[in-house]
Design a protein around this ligand. Structure first.
Ligand SMILES: [Zn+2]
Ligand SMILES: [Zn+2]
Length: 578
């Protein structure tokens, strides 16, 4: 069986073969499979192809494919490999590295094209790969080995799927995603701003964006407040010793922002957990107080590379809708179940519950993890039991755990089918140990609590970015920054329009009025570009009958209603978060 990864990597070989036919001086470097296809990096010297050459290269790939029946593998000495690639310094560098590790140097050949490779190919490329299931996508620059001190190479990206149908669906999704790009919509709808003076990755929310964020935050708190959670508040920095004790200092390393005080050194906080643990520690809780649950939407700071920052989804200031529960091992299942309930309700409201799945992220064979094997076994088992008893659609994946414990990561699909990792529930037996947390049990002895970390939206910035794209800026009424706009047709209707405005504002419905001298058609078009959920048109008839003609963004004309009826209708829709 040929996997899609093998087909994608095979296509990278085929791309290199096609490029060498058309650009004989090109030096191929490396060509891996990626999530949506493959790429290959070349050094073209002065003769680099342009986007318009992609069709030609793609056609050459299709012309070569029928002769690609199967790969042969040959192990050769490092010296022979260096001879074989004597005109290609990149392959020589790779050969030197393989030689150092002591691994065999293997050459794979198919259709007369040989490449240095570790393997992982389609069994029969000409049968397994459909000629219409791939497409060269774009050209980009890429430094050799990702190091900016090295030569800039030319990367050719290709898309590849098992069938043409899946390829087309992916292309359509990408086009739709471009139209919904939250950075473009964010500017168009005046949601957020990036200021070069403030810095990259530090988005500022405009009034409209701040409304959306506040609504999400308040809704999250609404879902928690009757389930035994207490709100806490913690500052944005703490002494280095806190994160040395927690282990975050070594884990986050140079991603930490350092703050030099007059007398002491601080870090801007990369996580809220150690702070919440200090709040817990300053109480003398008994088993009767357990579980203790803290909730705090709090901003953490991580110094991500400037080049990786983007809009609201990759930022340096990350506001987690954070919460920590301190409980006994016997209480894990019930607590996780409560959190699962909150997650399901939240994502049902956001229209994202359909097709979700959960990854049970377990410890891997290698990697740095805190804590003993026994503690890990207990924590992993506890989460698996909770996933089972809540009938979660879960898959266990090794090597995806946090450094301090296993977790349940929730994957949700947006309106165009893209998958996002958003909510998380993490089980932690390590931090309580490091901070020597305890409560007094029935025997009057100190007992160590378990900590459950949970976030429902993940980070408010990223979640907002996802929501802007999910709703394409057309937010449901309860989230919309402007919920209704009043459109008086002419000067004569303005006084009455203001009466209606007053009534809606008194009912806490976010309403504005368009008093410009434009035609009604133009006012309606303007409101539509702003994706305002409801328009209230006021002309002679409406003034006469003491009504306003209500028009819905999603459902079209509703009809002429009194201010009282409009308020009731909108309030109900807001309350129910339809
Ligand atoms: Zn290969
Ligand atoms: Zn935490």
């Amino acid at each position: 069986m040929t996997s899609i990864e093998h087909s994608r990597h095979t296509l990278a070989h085929l791309l290199a073969a096609a490029v060498l036919e058309l650009f004989p001086d090109a030096k191929p470097t490396i060509g891996p499979a990626v999530d949506n296809g493959f790429y290959y990096d070349f050094d073209f010297g002065k003769n680099a192809p342009k986007e318009e050459d992609l069709t030609r290269i793609e056609e050459k790939m299709r012309a070569l494919l029928p002769d690609w029946d199967s790969f042969t593998r040959e192990e050769i000495s490092a010296d022979d490999a260096r001879k074989l690639f004597k005109h290609n310094p990149y392959k020589i560098e790779l050969t030197d590295e393989i030689e150092k590790t002591g691994d065999a140097v293997s050459i794979y050949t198919c259709g007369g094209f040989s490449d240095l490779c570790r393997g992982g190919h389609a069994e029969h490329p000409n049968k397994d790969i459909k000629p219409d299931s791939f497409k060269l996508e774009r050209i980009a620059g890429a430094y050799w080995r990702g190091d900016e001190n090295n030569t800039m190479l030319t990367r050719i990206y290709g898309l590849a799927f098992p069938t043409k149908k899946e390829l087309d669906a992916y292309i359509t999704q990408q086009e739709e995603a471009k139209k919904r790009d939250h950075r473009i919509l964010g500017a168009q709808l005046k949601l957020f701003t990036l200021s070069p003076l403030v810095g990259s990755g530090l988005p500022l929310l405009q009034p409209n964006g701040a409304i959306i964020r506040r609504e999400i935050e308040e809704y999250l708190w609404d879902l928690h407040k009757n389930k035994g959670y207490d709100r806490v508040w913690t500052p944005h920095l703490a002494k280095e010793a806190l994160y040395e004790t927690s282990g975050h200092a070594s884990k986050f390393g140079d991603e930490l922002f350092r703050v030099q005080g007059k007398e002491e050194k601080f870090f801007l906080k990369p996580m809220n957990c150690p702070h919440h643990m200090q709040i817990f520690a300053d109480n003398h809780f008994s088993y009767r107080d357990m579980p203790v649950r803290y909730f705090e939407p709090a901003t953490v700071y991580r110094d991500e590379k400037t080049g990786q920052l983007s809009g609201l989804t990759r930022v340096r200031s990350i506001t987690q809708d954070d919460g920590h529960l301190f409980c006994r091992v016997s209480q894990i299942n019930e607590e996780v179940s409560t959190i699962v309930g909150i997650i399901k309700e939240f994502y049902a409201t956001m229209h994202m519950l359909e097709g979700y799945w959960v990854r049970l992220s377990l410890r891997g064979a290698d990697g740095t993890y805190l804590g003993s094997d026994q503690v890990w076994e207990t924590a992993q088992q506890a989460l698996q039991d909770a996933a089972e008893s809540n009938k979660l659609p879960y898959k266990a994946v090794e090597g995806e755990a946090a450094f301090y414990g296993p977790k349940l990561d929730f994957m949700f699909k947006d309106a165009i089918g893209r998958e996002w990792q958003l909510a998380t529930i993490q089980c932690d037996f390590n931090l309580p140990e490091r901070f020597d947390l305890s409560f007094i049990n029935e025997q009057g002895e100190k007992e160590r609590p378990v900590v459950i970390h949970r976030a429902i939206s993940g980070s408010l910035e990223r979640f907002m970015g996802v929501m802007i794209e999910h709703f394409a800026g057309a937010f449901p009424l309860w989230l919309a920054p402007v919920q209704a706009r009043i459109l008086p047709i002419s000067e004569a209707h303005k006084d009455y329009a203001h009466e209606i405005l007053k009534a809606l504002k008194a009912a806490d419905i976010r309403t504005d009025i368009d008093e410009s001298n434009e035609t009604l058609g133009k006012k309606i078009r303007e409101a539509k570009t702003k994706k305002i959920p409801y328009l209230l048109v006021i002309g002679d008839q409406e003034v006469e009958s003491k009504t306003a003609t209500l028009e819905s963004r999603d459902k079209g004309k509703v009809g002429a209603l009194s201010a009282k009826d409009i308020v009731e209708k909108l309030q109900e829709e807001i309350r129910e978060k339809k």
